[in-house]
Each structure stands twice: as C-alpha cells, then as structure tokens.
Design a protein around this ligand. Structure first.
Ligand code: 1GP
Length: 244
C-alpha cells in the first residue's frame, strides 16, 4: 500500500496530475463505475468521489467498491459532509472550506467525522479549500464568501494562511459546471508565492482551458462535468488530459 499523498508527490516530480471527480449523487452506482472505467482508459491519475449533495455511506460504499474493482488508480473522498465516508477509499481530503461563513464547513463536519476516521484508519490529507466566483452549488451550500476570480490579493492571503495552517494541498474551486475556471493570474500569483501543490477545478471542459491552467502553474487539475455530460466522454477527457 502506497500513501496517496506520497504517490501524488512522486508523480508531480515528472508530470502534472489529472483527477476525475465522480459524484455518486449524479447517477446510479453502475453508471458511475462505467464513467470511471472510461476515465481510467483516458489516462486520469486519481479518482475523487464526492460532491455537494449529502449522500449516505451506503451509496458511497457501493460506488467506491464498484470503481475499485475496475481500476488500480487510487480513490480519494472529496466530502461534502461528515457522512460522506467509506472504508473502501484510499484516502479522504480532510478539508477546511476556508472562506465559508459557516463554522460547520470550517471545522464542524471535520470534528463530527474525526472519531470514525480514526477508527477506520483511512489516510487523511489536510487541504485548504477556496471557492471563487461564481461558486455554483458548492458556493451556495458551503455558505462561501466568494473570492473574485481575478482577485489575486485576497486569494494570496488565503494561500499564505493555508500554508501557515500546514495544509498539504490547496484547492482553488470555481464550482462544478462554472462557465469559467479560476483566473490564470490568481493561479500564477499563488504558485509564485507558496510551495503547497495547487489543485484547480470547476469549469475545465476543453483542451484550451486545461492548457492555460497548466501553463499558469497548476499542479493538479480536476474535471467532473465533462465526463458526465459529454456525448463522447472518453475522447473529451483524453483531449483534456493531453494538456498535462
Ligand atoms: C468540482 O472542481 C470540480 O468540485 C469539478 O468541476 O464539474 O466543472 O469539472 P467541473
């Protein structure tokens, strides 16, 4: 068994990373497994399982165990609440929604799930999570005080704070299905100033967008919608992954 975080860091030594987000609330477990197989073939590096819709651990278990049977790639939980946990996952993002106005998303769900995570012995990856405009569903559900997509100074203050807190990853989120991802100037500025690997997600739907985000310095890109909505998810994803 290889630590997921170590694995991410090893891969980052020679290339950027692509993660595929699958939301178990968006389709049946069978369909989730089918999408995961396509993403695996297209060359994704890791799976993120989660989303903003609260789902119980049974649906998490069913989706994750199904995907695990079909791929060797590691699976990370991207939780929207304390109940989105599964013993079949390889790791969980133990995240703080840093710009939430709701204490539950800053530290409440984290405390609510701590004992069970400890009991399960699952790898927890400390991550700062920032939501930018337009924020979409996760911005609303997470009660986020949205950061402007070009607001470098505010973003940078959060990034420094993430570093001081000791987070191992920093996720810049525009919201699933956002028309535009986080601004490239923001990504570039953060990469110039902090050492934590930066994840960018929300609104990445084609090669061009992926390319500019990678050129701005993002270490990891996440796509979700493209595989759910595209008529040819395999080709669409392969194209995006070619940008890394
Ligand atoms: C959402 O960043 C992810 O948390 C993915 O967004 O669905 O727009 O690819 P998309």
């Amino acid at each position: 068994y290889v630590s997921v975080y170590k694995n991410i860091m090893e891969i980052l030594k020679y290339k950027r990373v692509h993660m595929t987000l699958i939301d178990p609330a968006a389709q049946s477990p069978d369909r989730s497994v089918e999408l995961a197989e396509k993403a695996d073939k297209a060359g994704t590096d890791f799976f993120l399982i989660g989303g903003s819709t609260d789902i119980d651990s049974r649906l998490m278990d069913k989706t994750i165990s199904g995907i695990k049977e079909k791929t060797e790639k590691q699976i990370i939980i991207f939780p929207g609440s304390r109940s989105m946990i599964s013993r079949y996952a390889d790791a969980i993002y133990y995240m703080m929604l840093m710009n939430s106005t709701n204490i539950d998303y800053i530290v409440g769900h984290q405390i609510g799930s701590a004992s069970i995570l400890k009991m399960m012995g699952i790898e927890t990856i400390p991550m700062g999570y920032l939501i930018f405009e337009p924020g979409m569903t996760v911005g609303r559900v997470g009660n986020a005080r949205l950061i402007g997509r070009d607001d470098e100074n505010t973003a940078l203050s959060y990034a420094f704070a993430a570093e001081f807190f000791g987070f191992k990853l920093l996720y810049l989120e525009a919201g699933s299905g956002a028309p535009e991802p986080v601004g490239c100037n923001v990504i570039r500025r953060i990469k110039e100033s902090v050492k934590i690997p930066v994840i960018v997600g929300g609104g990445i739907r084609d090669y061009g967008k992926a390319r500019s985000i990678i050129d701005a310095g993002a270490d990891i890109i996440v796509t979700g919608t493209v595989i759910e909505k595209h008529s040819n998810p395999y080709m669409a994803l392969k194209d995006i992954i070619s940008a890394i």
